[in-house]
Design a binder for this molecule. Structure first.
Ligand SMILES: NC(=O)c1ccc[n+]([C@@H]2O[C@H](COP(=O)([O-])OP(=O)(O)OC[C@H]3O[C@@H](n4cnc5c(N)ncnc54)[C@H](OP(=O)(O)O)[C@@H]3O)[C@@H](O)[C@H]2O)c1
Length: 261
């Protein structure tokens, strides 16, 4: 039986075991997936001694794990963050999960403009995916100007024709605003019925921001989609085969929804 897992600190609230177990069940894969509490001081030892067939990495280790790995996939290297490890090599499947979310929701981003709210790790992974998919421009809205400038400089280095745009109508929330238990907070940004709102927060399933977007006629995409797709991308890496067509996505969503607040 193969053994997988997710490391982080804290890790108690991770939904990844539910997600992975449901997918393994659907595919008849004999495997376990466990949460492992690993502190910063234990990281080096864990990377070098664990016997797992692959593992995911979450807050706060997505960057700090990098020096302990043998190699990095080019996308993880460019983004500077790892959320999936296989044979001591670091990968980033957040941007892959984001792009699968986009295509699965029939959203075209080629030559469009967007705003990312937030300038942390997920914002960076999503910006990378958007650039790879041919986005026309990305602007950033963030609480701290310094990290916004840093992210914009990085985007410009990857996408020199990033001309900051007039009226972007794809808006992506990459902050924890709206996340349980602070469910009454939401991003402060103008939206209208032509906007597409993409969430990364997935608990609650429908944040206050998405609810408001729906009410005014905007298209909305929940953070659960990206969460599921980044997990599927990790499994595809570990198994070495495409599995997405074999999965009953609605059933995975139903199982996860029953765990959400
Ligand atoms: N769906 C998925 O698969 C998935 C995967 C990973 C993460 N996520 C979600 O993405 C979110 C961000 O994760 P991350 O790894 O990018 O975190 P991060 O690196 O800590 O970045 C957090 C960002 O949110 C901003 N922020 C935090 N609290 C805020 C507040 N109260 N008001 C305004 N801005 C605030 C921060 O602004 P400053 O620069 O000013 O600090 C920063 O830009 C998480 O909350 C999580 O829900 C979803």
């Amino acid at each position: 039986m193969k053994q997988f897992g997710v490391i982080g600190y804290p890790i108690e609230h991770s939904l990844s075991p539910i997600l992975h177990q449901e997918i393994y069940n659907q595919l008849n894969i004999s495997a376990s997936y466990d949460k492992k509490k690993v502190t910063r001081d234990q990281l080096d030892h864990f990377v070098n001694t664990n016997k797992l067939n692959g593992f995911n990495v979450t807050i706060p280790h997505k960057k700090t794990i990098i020096p302990f790995l043998k190699s990095l996939d080019p996308s993880a290297k460019t983004i500077g963050a790892v959320n999936c490890v296989y044979k001591s090599k670091g990968y980033n499947t957040d941007w892959i999960g984001f792009l699968k979310t986009i295509s699965n929701n029939d959203l075209s981003i080629n030559n469009k403009s967007c705003v990312i709210i937030g300038a942390g790790g997920v914002a960076r992974a999503i910006a990378y995916g958007l650039i790879r998919k041919g986005i026309k421009s990305i602007s950033i809205k963030n609480r701290t100007i310094k990290s916004k400038q840093k992210l914009l400089e990085w985007i410009d280095s990857l996408h020199p024709t990033n001309n900051l745009n007039e009226n972007p109508n794809i808006i992506i929330n990459c902050t924890p605003l709206g996340m349980w238990p602070k469910i009454n907070s939401m991003p402060d940004i103008e939206i209208n019925n032509q906007s597409t709102l993409i969430e990364t927060v997935y608990n609650p399933l429908e944040t206050k921001w998405l609810k408001y977007g729906k009410e005014i006629g905007a298209k909305t995409i929940s953070g659960l989609d990206m969460f599921i797709w980044q997990g599927i991308a990790s499994i595809e890496l570990w198994m070495g085969e495409k599995i997405s067509e074999k999965i009953e996505l609605e059933k995975v969503k139903k199982v996860l929804k029953s765990e959400l607040c």
